[in-house]
Design a protein around this ligand. Structure first.
Ligand code: HEM
Length: 409
C-alpha cells in the first residue's frame, strides 16, 4: 500500500504509518469531509481505481455514513476483498444481508458467549499463560496477543487440536496478504479446501460448534450454501482474529506505558471493560473502512457525487473533541461514550462481544499469574501501521504472583 501524494501535500507529509493522529486532528478540524484519499492499494486493479475519492474524518459524518447504508453502500467489497474471500457478508446489502446475518449471527450472541466464556475461552487463556509463566520474560505479541484469538477461534469453530499448527500458519499468511500476496492467495485456497472438509464432516455428523451451527442454520426454510459458509469462515480470520490480536496488543502497550493505569486495573479487575473500550477508542486497531455512494449526497456543505469511493476514518472520529474531552489522552477512567471502532448500522461488528470477552479473559489470566511487568521498549514496541495498527512486538519481564487467582465474573 502507498499513501497518496495528495494527502501528503496537504499537510507536510503526515506520518500516517507511525503517528497519523496530528494529521487526523488537523483534517477533522479543517476539512471533516475531504475530497481526497489517504491510502491507495497497490492490489487494486487500475480499471477499478476511482478518480472520485472522499474521506470523512469527524464522528458525526462517519456515524451517519454507517447508518445510511443505502447511500453509503459496501458493495465494492465484492470487487476488492471478495476476490480473495469470495462473496462475504460485508459486501451484501438489504434483504440479502439481513437474511445472511440472521443465519450466521446465532454463534456470536451474548447468550452463546456466556456458555463459551467459562467452558472454552477462560481455560485457553489460562493455559496459554501457564506455558510461559516461569520464564521471567516473554514477547507478549508472539506468546499472547496473536496466540489467544487463534486458539479461541479454532476452538469455537470446532477444529481438531492437531490442526492448530496448520490453522495458525494459514491464518498468519492470509492476514499478511498485503505483504506477501502469493502466500496470502495460497492460504486462501488451502483454507477453502480445509473448511470444505470440515463442512462435509458436519453434514454427515452434526456438531454444536460454529461450523456445525452454520451448517444447520435455517431461517424461513433458507440454508447457507457451502460457498457462503466457506467465505464467511475465511472472513473470520481478518475480521475476527487480526482485529483482536491488534487491539489486545495496543491495549497491553498502552497499559505498560501508563503504569498507574496498569496498576489500577491489576488491583481492580472491574476496570477491565473500561480499559478495553478506551484502548479500542484511543488506538483503533482498524483505522479505515471503505464505502461507495449510490447517489449524490450533501455533507458539511460539500456535495459528494454518486459513485464516489469513500473512506470512513474511524481513527480520526474516535479522537473527536466534540465528543470526548481531551481525546488525545489515554484515560481508562474517562466518562464512557461509545466509540466507533466496531462500525455501526447494518454492518456493525458481529464479533464485538466475543472480542471483549476474549480480551477480558486474556487480561485476567495474565494478571492472575504475573506481576511487576516491565516493557523493554524499542522502535518495534510502538504502535504502527495503516489501516491496521499494533506493535510488532512487546518484550516484557515479569514475576509470578503469589496471590490466589481471582474468581472470574
Ligand atoms: C477489537 C476487535 C474487532 C474490531 C475493532 C472489529 C471491527 C469491525 C468493523 C469496523 C467492522 C465493519 C467493517 C465495515 O463495515 O466495513 C466489522 C465487521 C465485522 N466483524 Fe468485527 N471487529 C473486531 C472483532 C471481531 C471478531 C472477534 C469477529 C468474529 C469472530 C468479528 C467479525 C465481524 C464480522 C463477521 C463483520 C461483518 C458484519 C456485517 O457485515 O454484517 N469481528 N468488525
Amino acid at each position: 500500500m502507498t499513501t497518496s501524494t495528495e494527502a501528503q501535500d496537504q499537510s507536510n507529509a503526515p506520518d500516517l504509518l507511525n503517528d497519523p493522529y496530528p494529521y487526523f486532528n488537523h483534517m477533522r478540524r479543517t476539512s471533516p469531509v475531504w475530497r481526497g484519499t489517504l491510502m491507495e492499494s497497490d492490489l487494486m486493479p487500475e480499471e477499478l481505481k476511482n478518480p472520485e475519492n472522499w474521506t470523512l474524518f469527524d464522528f458525526d459524518s462517519v456515524f451517519t455514513a454507517f447508518r445510511e447504508d443505502t447511500v453509503f453502500a459496501s458493495e465494492m467489497y465484492n470487487q476488492t476483498i471478495g476476490l480473495v474471500f469470495g462473496p462475504t457478508i460485508l459486501g451484501m446489502a438489504g434483504k440479502q444481508h439481513h437474511d445472511h446475518r440472521s443465519l450466521v449471527s446465532k454463534a456470536f450472541k451474548q447468550s452463546t458467549l456466556a456458555a463459551w466464556e467459562p467452558e472454552v475461552i477462560d481455560p485457553i487463556c489460562d493455559q496459554l499463560v501457564d506455558e510461559f509463566k516461569d520464564a521471567g520474560e516473554v514477547d507478549l505479541v508472539k506468546a499472547v496477543t496473536f496466540e489467544f484469538p487463534t486458539r479461541v477461534t479454532a476452538a469455537l469453530l470446532g477444529l481438531p487440536q492437531e490442526d492448530l499448527e496448520m490453522f495458525r500458519r494459514l491464518s498468519l499468511d492470509l492476514i499478511s496478504i498485503t505483504e506477501d500476496i502469493e502466500a496470502g492467495l495460497n492460504a486462501s485456497v488451502e483454507l477453502g479446501t480445509y473448511f470444505q472438509q470440515q463442512v462435509d464432516q458436519r453434514r454427515s455428523a452434526p456438531t454444536t460448534d460454529v461450523i456445525g451451527d452454520l451448517v444447520a442454520a435455517e431461517v424461513d426454510g433458507e440454508k447457507l450454501t457451502d460457498e457462503a459458509i466457506i467465505s464467511f469462515l475465511r472472513l473470520l480470520l481478518p475480521a475476527g482474529l487480526e482485529t483482536t490480536y491488534r487491539s489486545s496488543g495496543n491495549l497491553l502497550y498502552l497499559l505498560l506505558t501508563h503504569p498507574e493505569q496498569l496498576a489500577a486495573v491489576q488491583r481492580d479487575r472491574d476496570l477491565i471493560p473500561a480499559a478495553i473500550e478506551e484502548g479500542i477508542r484511543f488506538e483503533t486497531p482498524l483505522v479505515l473502512v471503505a464505502r461507495n455512494t449510490t447517489r449524490e449526497v450533501e455533507m458539511h456543505g460539500q456535495t459528494i457525487p454518486e459513485g464516489a469511493s469513500i473512506t470512513l476514518c474511524m481513527g480520526a472520529a474516535n479522537r473527536d473533541e466534540k465528543r470526548w474531552e481531551d481525546p488525545d489522552t489515554f484515560d481508562i477512567h474517562r466518562p464512557r461514550r461509545a466509540h466507533i471502532s466496531f462500525a455501526g448500522g447494518i454492518h456493525s461488528c458481529l464479533g464485538m462481544h466475543l472480542a471483549r470477552v476474549e480480551t477480558k479473559a486474556m487480561l485476567t489470566s495474565l494478571f492472575d499469574r504475573l506481576t511487576d511487568f516491565r516493557l523493554i521498549e524499542d522502535d518495534d514496541t510502538k504502535i504502527v501501521g495503516m489501516p491496521f495498527r499494533s506493535p510488532k512486538h512487546l518484550p516484557v519481564t515479569f514475576k509470578p504472583t503469589s496471590a490466589e487467582p481471582t474468581k472470574r465474573t
